[in-house]
Design a protein around this ligand. Sequence first.
Ligand SMILES: [Zn+2]
Length: 370
Amino acid sequence: MSRVAIAFATLVVGLLAANGARASDASGRNVILVTLDGVRIQELFSGMDATIAADDARSGAEDIAVTRKRYWRDTPEERRAALMPWFWGTLAPSGMVLGNQARGSKVTVRNPLWFSYPGYSEMLTGQPQPDVLSNDLVRYPHQTVLDYAHRRLGLKPTEVAQIGSWDGFKMAASRSDGTFFMNGAFEPVPAALSTPEMDQLAGLRKQVIEPWAESSNDTLTFRIALAYLHKHQPRVLWLGLGQSDDWAHARRYDLVLDYLHLIDSQLAELWRTIQTLDRYRDRTTLIITTDHGRGRTPVDWVDHDTGIQGSQDIWIAILGPDTPSMGEARDFPDVTQSDVAATMLQYLGLDYRDFNPAAGRPVPRSLSPR
Ligand SMILES: [Zn+2]
């Protein structure tokens, strides 16, 4: 080959490599994971629960008549639409919602503990982790989907972010400190990354009293995440919210429902915001799920743990440019919490087998052909 031919061949190979790299990068796709702690399939798929609504005392509602007026309707479809109008009116028809066992779609956790940290660990590492046995605020050595995406896509530390209302989220997000942006329950955003709005919101977190001292207010956490999204435009964001679990443990069914109604409007705002930003519009998949369910009866709906039947039942919702408009899954293959990580990675153009060969697989039929 002449020198000119060699130079030309090198150029062609270089262009091909550049194209290949771009293709495997899934065209700058983004993934936003939102977790709502301990939200039962009963409320998600059927709205206000008849058995709890029928038991005034055990609902713990301040005024069950007011709650009924807001959320009680004759059919499960009407009740869930009254409770979460954006979720059922916009997300479900354009995306997919899994976990309605009455329609033949089952999503469960595989870990045997049925509480938070083991659930988040399973979700983010792709498998139950036998050494995660408590909610203690410690890191474990298991690579998470956030760690992997950060490394594999060569992202800046600001381009992967965890923002949440409980320090457990910060621990579960990564096997190491400081790899990417992580924000604990009452932690300010570092000056180099913050804005006056983020500073104010982080300050307010310390002034709002919550039922449990370890958690901050979800609305403030949500607003910090929205501000972070605008400012730093992460490729991968995990927003961890927790008050659904808090109000249930406090046996306040009225506030559980009011909270879900509020979150629904915030999810709508998040989705609208995504569509206003060039980096996100038509390139961003939103995945919403929970870490565990709760008991099924008027007595034990407040709790969750090994042995409290219903705690293993969860759900997953997906909305994005690469997801089929399937609506509510019917007669669908069983899916588990271990499948969330692989599902996130597929939207980023990454292979879960390279992340963790033992990880669950992507949710069936969740990727439309491009
Ligand atoms: Zn809990």
